[in-house]
Design a protein around this ligand. Structure first.
Ligand code: FAD
Length: 140
């Protein structure tokens, strides 16, 4: 089976409250195991970055749904590659808030309070996602 990793970012089409965010996580955690998809969703003010890992067809199909999801806009592919193993194999969809990261988003994004995944190159997006594994204690 061909495994891939896909990293994208998007903006909310309108402001989301905690309940709407939880609904996205609930659907993700309900659907992803059957599709063998794992990953992480990182939330910052107005912006998501998500990493999806799994069988190529399943990841591509889900990404299509996410692009069409009216809660999202400006969906931008940051990184896509074949992988030999998963980083987030233990999580159907881990979730972390950028503001909860140790040192805040400043470490990666250069400015306090600034979470700007659109500024990341493919390589930097992958480094950022890998760095999130060190933040396990802050996953919700
Ligand atoms: P249905 O549930 O049949 O919905 C039909 C349409 O309505 C779809 O276009 C759907 O996107 C939209 N829709 C569904 N719920 C709402 C709502 N509450 N408000 C507005 N529109 C809605 N799904 C996963 O399975 N796994 C993931 O990891 C995942 N990650 C996501 C990350 C983000 C940032 C967002 C915004 C959504 C994510 N989703 C995820 C949800 C995904 O976009 C689909 O809504 C979901 O997979 C159901 O797809 P469906 O085609 O079966 O839609």
């Amino acid at each position: 089976m061909s495994l891939v990793r896909l990293i994208y970012c998007s903006r909310f089409s309108k402001e989301m409250d905690a309940q709407q965010l939880q609904a996205i996580l609930d659907v993700s955690r309900a659907n992803n195991p059957a599709r063998q998809i794992t990953g992480i969703l990182c939330y910052g003010p107005g912006v998501f970055l998500q990493c999806l890992e799994g069988p190529r067809d399943a990841v591509n199909d889900l990404y299509g749904k996410i692009i069409r999801d009216p809660r999202n806009k400006d969906v931008t592919l940051l990184e896509y590659d074949d992988i030999a193993e998963r980083v987030f194999g233990e999580w159907s969809m881990a979730y972390v808030r950028a503001e909860d990261l140790s040192g805040g988003p400043a470490g990666f994004f250069g400015a306090p309070e600034r979470f700007d995944p659109y500024s990341l190159s493919a390589g930097a997006a992958l480094l950022f996602v890998r760095s999130l594994l060190g933040e396990k204690a802050r996953f919700r």
